[in-house]
Design a protein around this ligand. Structure first.
Ligand code: UDX
Length: 438
């Protein structure tokens, strides 16, 4: 049985720890946040992630997964230590590495036997070398260690499935033997394993996320053009997606990408490029197009309901995407702020994110369900494509609203059906019933 210590019990750390324990390893998950660790010991998850609690509970009961705030306990008898702490964005987009630095220093000061240090956090290219320098310079006496980069590709909302059925595992190290040992840990996942050098592995993570963000901004640009020319972007995406070179995934036009990864990673990659004198024009366009989505949505709604002053607007969904309560860089925040600034009264309903959202949007009234939300509204905006919104009794919604206006920021409804039902309805990029701009 291998012993692994995972540092950081956020999304990435907790999923990694729980899933490695589930593969039969002995895992100690370490975090300096005592409240989180105490909660986990009692079975309280610090985040909402489908299926996570079950895997954590099962492995904690079996004794394979435990929690601690102590580095001495976490590193004792451990062969692998995974770093999974946050790397927030600084003001210019540069990644803030203070947590990684503290972890590297503390590992160096605490380790008593050889270690393979595996970095899972998304870090600027070159960070692995920097971590190795920090560890080396802070060890009281030299103990062998190696640094391996193993970037995570977990999506919130399907993180357990993404861990257990990955498309690939990427490993980068200057120490081939250490990379092979980390590869052994991943063999039960039966996915292709790419072993490369440290910097290349770090770059693969940024390039992958930047490519996916580019795909989203691309289809959003097409959506804009579709609106002008009277075509339907949803069907355009279906038609494109059958081409295996293009693929169906990440071609949903809408309010653009949010969350904790894409905005931060595209910005960080552009920053790294600019710092080295390169001009990341494509990445800049990707970010510009994404920012414009939220403005475009507000312009559409204004066109539909007129001046926002005195209007009651309901937001269907708050989290940055379905199946998570994560509100980081969620379009709902910008939209609510713009509506409030325009003089509207804003209320919202989200199946899981309302508790988190309350603190961020104190002026937005949180409602108990979509129907209470719709009561007396001048317009509803679909902000997050939760499945339950696709099954709403729309006749009932219409009868409850003051005016039957729906702006669909995620294109979950059919424009023809909505119009037939008597709604004034718009999606994004859906060429308003085949009519082009005048
Ligand atoms: C992403 C990556 O997918 C994952 O590999 C990485 O490790 C972390 O970042 P996540 O942020 O959880 O994961 O969300 P994801 O499902 O990838 O969606 C990102 C954003 O793109 C969301 O805001 C989503 O609404 C948006 N999106 C996605 C679209 O607007 N259109 C699409 O077609 C797909």
């Amino acid at each position: 049985m291998k012993q692994i210590c995972v540092i950081g019990v956020g999304y990435v750390g907790l999923v990694t720890a729980a899933c490695f324990a589930d593969l039969g390893n002995r895992v100690i998950a370490l975090d300096i946040n005592e409240e989180r660790v105490e909660g986990l010991k009692r079975g309280v998850m610090p985040i909402y992630e489908p299926g996570l609690k079950e895997v954590v509970d099962h492995n904690a009961r079996s004794g394979r997964l435990s929690f601690t705030t102590s580095y001495a306990e976490g590193l004792s008898g451990t062969q692998f230590v995974f770093i999974a702490v946050g790397t927030p964005s600084g003001v210019d987009g540069e990644a803030d590495l203070r947590y990684v630095e503290t972890v590297a220093r503390t590992i160096a000061e605490t380790m008593t036997s050889p270690l393979i240090i595996v970095n899972k956090s998304t870090v600027p290219v070159g960070t692995g070398d920097w971590v190795a320098d920090i560890v080396k310079s802070h060890q009281p006496k030299p103990i062998p260690f190696a640094v391996v980069s193993c970037p995570e590709f977990l999506r919130e909302g399907s993180a357990i499935g993404d861990f257990t059925q990955p498309h690939r595992t990427v490993l980068g190290s200057l120490d081939r033997d250490a990379a092979e040992k980390v590869a052994q840990l991943h063999l039960p996942l039966r996915a292709p394993i790419v072993i490369t050098d440290l910097r290349t592995a770090e770059m693969i993570k940024y390039a992958s996320n930047a490519f996916l963000a580019t795909k989203i901004s691309f289809i959003n640009e097409i959506a804009n053009i579709c609106e002008a020319l009277g075509a339907d972007v949803k069907e355009v995406a279906i038609g494109m997606g059958y081409d295996a070179r293009i693929g169906k995934a990440f071609l949903d036009a809408g309010l653009g990408y949010g969350g904790s990864c894409f905005p931060k990673d595209v910005k960080a990659l552009a920053y790294m490029a600019a710092e080295k004198g390169r001009h990341p024009q494509l990445l800049r366009a990707v970010m510009d197009i994404n920012d414009d989505r939220r403005r475009t949505a507000i312009l559409h709604l204004q066109d539909m309901v007129g001046d926002f002053r005195g209007k009651l607007i309901g937001l269907l969904g708050l989290s940055f995407k379905p199946n998570t309560d994560d509100m980081r860089d969620a379009p709902s925040i910008t939209l609510a702020q713009k509506l409030l600034a325009g003089g509207a009264t804003v209320r919202a309903y989200d199946p899981v994110a309302m508790d988190v959202a309350r603190g961020l949007l104190p002026q937005v009234e949180m409602m108990s369900d979509p129907y209470t939300l719709a009561e007396g509204c001048d317009a509803l905006m679909v902000v997050t494509e939760w499945n339950e919104f696709k099954q709403l009794d729309l006749e009932k919604i219409k009868s409850l609203m003051r005016r039957p206006v729906i702006f669909d920021g995620r294109n979950i409804y059919d424009p023809e059906d909505m119009t037939a039902m008597g709604f004034s309805y718009r999606g994004l990029g859906r060429g308003y019933n085949g009519a082009s701009d005048k």
